[in-house]
Write a protein that binds this ligand. Sequence first.
Ligand SMILES: C[S@@+](CC[C@H](N)C(=O)[O-])C[C@H]1O[C@@H](n2cnc3c(N)ncnc32)[C@H](O)[C@@H]1O
Length: 454
Amino acid sequence: MLPDEAWLRSQVADATNLSRRALRSWQTTYDLAYRKPDAAPRPGFASWTSSFTREQIPQPDMEDWLAGTVRRLRALGHGRVLEIGCGTGLIVEALAPFSEAYRATDLSGVAIGQLRGWLDTRADLAHVETVHAAAHEVGQDWPADLVVLNSVVQYFPDAAYLSQVLDNAWRCLRPGGHIFVGDVRLLGALPCFVSAVELGRSADTDDVATLWRSIHAAWLSQSELVIDPGFFHDFAADRHASVSTRLKSGHSASEMTRYRYDVVIGKPGEDEVAFTSAAPTEVETMAALRSWLVSPGAGPVVLRGIANKRVLSDVIAHQAIGEAAAGLTVATLRQSIAARETIAGDFADPADLEEMAAARQLHCAMLAPPGAIDGRYDAWFGRSAYRGDPEVLGGRAAAVSQPLLFQVLRRFGADLLDGLSRVLPAGSLPTSVLPVARASRLNPPLYEIFNFSL
Ligand SMILES: C[S@@+](CC[C@H](N)C(=O)[O-])C[C@H]1O[C@@H](n2cnc3c(N)ncnc32)[C@H](O)[C@@H]1O
């Protein structure tokens, strides 16, 4: 089905209403998740579910993820901490003992109630204050050295809401302070992620055309905000701030290490006018990078287009799905994916590079350039912290996904099916309706719907 573009525009024009409804829906989702009988009333991983298996993400993967996140947070100044979307308090537990004041806030009243109950059993955390509020309602009036939004911005309704929250955070940030935006879903990698998840859920006996349809439906059901790193580079550039965007650290193969990144935005200190970056030397190969790391030169260095070892198999699968014939079975497709050896060029696990740098007291930053869907990334190394020059890493493509548009499209599909059920005999009703963008086709699944300019 091809919805009329003018009609779609009119629907999304009422963004405030849609946005409010989306916030309420996430609030209900999290209230229910935290209220589950197996959700212990203390910081924990109970609500963290894998998109691939729909089951809880294994504890060792979550511990690896948390340790990597906390390592990055502890490297920042954390005297007064404002946390937005604190959930059950995983970050509170790790950071509050080292802070002088801590304000933990969340949209879910159940989360805040449980966290308060647990904090009341911890005399050493009496300086932690809890507030039940949505992200856009906090931040204006509380001076902070660190504002934390970890694994939260994907639940924001749109880019305007994210900008409003970051603006508030920036206003309350003291000079020399940081905003940490953790676990951001990488927009460029989204097609690859959706393909990998749907292939994982397909039966061997399905044909490729069925898989394409399920990929298209999954694409439409994306209700989270997925963000290109350029968005944060633009935000920082407008405020003469530093910005560092890094793929997740850690060695587990969870969807977070594969498809998410962390952002640190730094406000210049009292005596700093603005942050500046030195132009790095470009090296061409991993071998050249390794020899630079062994005896680092004076200035920073960058290696571009490294294939990300963590997502190699998903990238190969994504390419194979796009090239397969419609009638092929998924079992045969899986065999052909297994037979494809690798993709060309240097490849490395980002966590290995980060550890090599840390062993030599060097700083590193790495990120997939905007639009890179094949898992390639650029890595930068230097003696002092990366200052976030958008020309070096990240580029300036400030694209952000549009969950509200998808919400309208899904409702359109459901209403249409409902309307059809009143005029068509039961046996001739379609089982589902998939709206498509003007130029898009289902065979193979394309992602133009994302580029709808409204
Ligand atoms: C995946 S959990 C992350 C919790 C915590 N930051 C952590 O890293 O463990 C996401 C949390 O964000 C909260 N959240 C979602 N949308 C929000 C919003 N608009 N304002 C404030 N909190 C929100 C949810 O209620 C949930 O507790």
